[in-house]
Unconditional design. Structure first.
Length: 288
């Protein structure tokens, strides 16, 4: 390899385990030379969370700071459907999401990413409005973290798979400085956008810019896709092994507009596969 590696050139990270203590995650991320990373701040399959211990929070923050890491992301629980029309469920979701925001703020984490949700039981328009209404109840101007809506693959009745839908949610948000988008390469490809060819990538990013605005693009999930374009199936694959392929990923890791935008791997093997993912990306870096 000549010149900079991908972790030096871009702000690359990955989803990292918090097993044994949340403060262990920065060290785990550093093993891959990551300068950023993503975690769950609580068991993502449960509604309730154990309170964060002050000493754990301090250790976590010291680890992040001493390693010069930035743009850290929390991924919210998969259980939270912010689009639900069910009022009882909705108050439960709002409470749990509020807890996610509080935990991110206690940890001093910049971004809280969530899946916009599913329109099950309601219309698409109503689902988008429910998401915006719930966010408006939750977002406080004094909050530190920025909430990111993740682009979805459009599987089942999930919303947020078109840039127009995401823009419609963002338009209805009152405190606009605290929301943005996390662009998942697998999901956007599965949702039908050509980000694999050079021209398709340029066109897609132009479209993102004119619909949502590139200033709203605060983070990426870098994943290859097991399924093809427009499959509407959310199945991640190791970098270079899927239908998006290394050509698609190459478009992102060579786009210097995003050199300081966190890009987190969420590939199926997790920490067991990141070395291989990084090797594939390093081989695809263009000399500038
Ligand atoms: Zn993702
Ligand atoms: Zn996914």
């Amino acid at each position: 390899m000549v010149g900079l590696g991908v972790t030096e050139k871009m702000l690359i990270g990955g989803h990292i385990s918090t097993a044994g203590g949340i403060y262990l995650s920065p060290e785990r991320a550093a093993k891959f030379s990551f300068r950023t990373f993503q975690i769950f701040s609580k068991n993502q399959m449960q509604w309730k969370a154990k309170p964060l211990l002050k000493e754990d929070v301090e250790k976590f923050q010291n680890e992040v700071k001493s390693r010069g890491m930035k743009g850290i992301m929390v991924h919210a629980s998969y259980l939270l459907n912010m689009a639900t029309p069910d009022l009882e469920l909705r108050s439960k979701v709002i409470e749990a999401f509020g807890e996610e925001i509080r935990r991110a703020d206690i940890l001093g984490i910049d971004y809280l990413t969530f899946h916009p949700g599913s329109s099950n039981g309601t219309s698409e328009k109503e689902a988008l409005k429910n998401i915006a209404d719930n966010l408006n109840q939750l977002i406080k101007s004094g909050q530190k973290c920025t909430i990111l809506l993740e682009t979805s693959a459009g599987q089942g009745k999930t919303v947020g798979h078109t840039f127009e839908q995401l823009a419609e949610i963002l338009d209805q948000i009152q405190i606009k400085g605290k929301v943005g988008i996390c662009f998942d390469t697998c999901h956007v490809f599965a949702a039908g956008y050509d980000i694999k060819s050079k021209s398709g990538y340029a066109e897609t990013m132009d479209r993102f810019n004119s619909t949502i605005g590139l200033d709203k693009l605060k983070g990426f999930h870098l994943n290859d896709s097991k399924k093809g374009i427009n499959s509407r199936v959310d199945r991640h694959e190791q970098i270079g092994d899927g239908m998006l392929g290394i050509d698609g990923i190459s478009n992102f890791i060579n786009d210097m507009r995003f050199a300081d935008t966190p890009m987190n791997l969420e590939t199926p093997l997790g920490e067991g596969g990141y070395e291989k993912d990084l090797a594939a990306m390093n081989a695809a870096l263009k000399e500038d």
